[in-house]
Design a protein around this ligand. Structure first.
Ligand code: SF4
Length: 369
């Protein structure tokens, strides 16, 4: 299949690995930002193919993983109400809150629906005028345009029984927080291809320049990732810290201007709490004053719900690149995809789930590359 087979070609992969081997002269730690990239790296064992000088650590770009526990509890509190139809993408239904997950809320009588687009909620709202329809708006810049469009349309249509529970985060402040950490070991990033398809890459240029860190916008297939590693290693070895684009078939410098304009029309930048990491200043979106009447957090008065994370879970360190999932004492023991303790094990894109699903709980750390 075009645009797929050539990006999974073993001979091309072997040549790229050889070129990386010829280029690297000393140890470097690289972080892939997106959960989808982590998933491919672990699935294809790309980190095992790389020379020992290169260590890949896994970043915070998994939307389910970074949605904080108190936001899950707020969602459940709203979904339990008899006057609410609570809508969500399917991957959030399995994420446990303090007291079960959304499947259990539904089993106990909550009206919880899986939708494939926030726009579906507008139809549900117009068909159910006696119910309040709430969409759980999580994710990065990639999902924000459609969520913004749903609110914009609801206002244009005069639909007053629709609202968003917003838990949107944005990538650049998280990368800055990682680089500012005294414990940081990351020297280069494989940047978030999907996010840059929406936002472009200009906002990464000040980060690359300030911290002299290579940021290579990278795709999600094995060849994309190996090429991204090679481009980052070349920069590191040459002492450069620039933004480069490996994912040219999907990303241009400006991103998608119409999508960006819709985000700017409806949202404003605000502090956000990242699961396991904590509050990162100006790292997310909230509805701006013109659209705040559609803010489910305010409408249902759930913003005071605060829930501490389980102490055993080190997902914050995993999402910051400080630890690997199999360095967590609970990994594969108390914590498995069947009984997850943290969101990085629940989400299909989570690093802990990727390690478990591809058998790394069967490999001792000492044998890892
Ligand atoms: S293995 Fe489980 S407990 Fe450990 S960091 Fe991952 S999600 Fe948290």
């Amino acid at each position: 299949m075009k645009y797929l087979d050539e990006y999974r070609d073993g001979q091309i992969a072997a040549k790229l690995v050889e070129e990386i081997r010829r280029t690297v002269t000393r140890p470097w730690v690289l972080m892939e930002v997106c959960g989808g990239q982590t998933h491919s790296i672990v699935k294809y064992g790309l980190d095992y193919l790389l020379p020992h000088e290169i260590e890949l650590v896994h970043g915070p770009g998994c939307p389910v993983c970074v949605t904080p526990l108190d936001m899950i509890d707020r969602a459940h509190a709203i979904a339990r109400r008899p006057d609410v139809i609570f809508c969500s993408f399917g991957d959030m239904l399995r994420v446990p809150g303090s007291d079960g997950d959304l499947f259990q809320v539904r089993a106990a009588g909550g009206n919880v629906k899986i939708v494939y687009s926030p726009m579906d909620c507008l139809r549900i709202a117009s068909e159910n005028p006696d119910r309040k329809v709430v969409f759980f708006a999580i994710g990065f810049e990639t999902t924000a345009p459609a969520n913004a469009m749903a609110v914009f349309q609801a206002k244009a249509l005069g639909l007053r029984n629709f609202s968003l529970l917003v838990s949107h985060v944005i990538v650049p402040p998280a990368m800055t927080a990682i680089l500012e950490s005294p414990e940081n070991r990351v020297r280069a990033f494989l940047g978030p291809g999907h996010v840059c398809a929406v936002m472009g890459w200009h906002e990464y240029e000040p980060i690359a320049a300030r911290y002299r860190v290579p940021i290579v916008v990278t795709g999600f297939e094995p060849i994309d990732l190996l090429e991204g590693v090679l481009m980052a290693v070349r920069q590191l070895e040459e002492g450069r810290g620039e933004v480069e684009n490996q994912y040219a078939r999907a990303v241009n410098p400006e991103g998608n201007p119409a999508a960006r304009q819709m985000i700017e029309r409806v949202f404003e930048i605000a502090d956000r709490n990242w699961r396991g990491i904590g509050v990162i200043p100006m790292s997310g979106y909230r509805l701006n004053p013109e659209f705040r009447e559609y803010d489910a957090g305010r409408l249902f008065d759930v913003e005071s719900i605060c829930t501490p994370e389980p102490e055993v879970c080190i997902s914050g360190q995993v999402l910051s690149g400080l630890k690997k999932p199999n360095q967590c004492p609970a990994f594969g023991n108390e914590c498995t995809p069947q009984s997850p303790l943290g969101a990085t094990m629940v989400s299909a894109e989570g690093a802990c789930a990727a390690y478990y699903n591809y058998g790394r709980h069967l490999v001792s750390i000492g044998t890892e590359a």
